[in-house]
Write a protein that binds this ligand. Structure first.
Ligand code: SF4
Ligand code: FES
Length: 233
């Protein structure tokens, strides 16, 4: 269309409406950019920075999930600088977070030649699993702070506001207000947070118990699905 923005991405021409993000523009011509924090159900917040790209003439790398296209822009999604940045982000995540349940993230390791021993002395995030309700468990040792769960719990979907960030710096984690147990919060156990979590930090309790080797009967009892006694009379 006449009003479209024309740009090149990795040397390929693209024409997209104004307001399109670089990530969307790249996808429109078949170029895939790795992402973690962005999700189709969530407003993009540019938290993980894995989606950075190099824009000619710009001093810093741009997070493509929020940066919008502009006329004549020349974007590189695979420059040496971009690849080095993504590799470092993945290596830092790997050194502090348990990514064993994060297939979407582990997929990027080969592509970016991640060195899993790059930061051997890094302190790992290792809080204990929170098992405080019959529906799901929270294992924040696996949390990459993508914020998807907080967003779907708030304005992006549910308007429940049961969880948010707590703490600062390395101590930052997702939590409830005043560290209340989940049943004490406004949580309605809709399961949307579990559905968008990319790392297994939020997991259905039945799945978690089965992974712990618990029997089906134990699982059903623990999740409130055990056989109820018939009322007599
Ligand atoms: S619990 Fe899951 S969805 Fe929530 S911030 Fe952590 S990784 Fe993201
Ligand atoms: S996907 Fe863009 S910053 Fe996370």
């Amino acid at each position: 269309m006449a009003d479209d923005i024309h740009l090149t991405i990795d040397g390929q021409p693209a024409s997209v409406p104004a307001g399109t993000t670089i990530l969307e523009a790249a996808r429109s011509i078949g170029i895939q950019i790795p992402t973690i924090c962005v999700h189709e159900a969530c407003t993009a917040n540019a938290l993980c920075r894995l989606c950075v790209v190099e824009v000619e003439g710009a001093r810093v790398l741009a997070p493509s999930c929020v940066a919008q296209v502009s006329q004549g822009m020349q974007v590189s999604t695979r420059s040496e600088r971009v690849e080095r940045s993504r590799r470092t982000i993945l290596e830092m995540l790997d050194s502090t977070v348990d990514l064993s349940d994060s297939p979407e993230i582990l997929e990027f390791f080969d592509a970016y030649q991640v060195d899993r021993l790059r930061f051997p002395g890094a302190e790992r995030r290792d809080p204990t699993v929170i098992d405080d309700n019959p529906m799901y468990v929270r294992d924040y040792a696996k949390c990459v702070l993508c914020w998807r769960c907080v967003q779907v719990c708030a304005e992006d979907a549910q308007y429940t506001f049961a969880i948010n960030f707590s703490g600062r710096g390395f101590e930052t984690q997702i939590g409830t207000f005043f560290d209340q147990s989940m049943p004490q919060t406004t949580c309605v156990f809709c399961g949307q947070c579990v559905g968008v979590c990319p790392t297994g930090a939020l997991k259905p309790k039945r799945q978690w118990l089965l992974e712990q080797g618990r029997s089906l009967d134990e699982v059903m009892q623990a999740t409130g699905m055990g056989r109820k006694k018939r009322r007599s009379g």
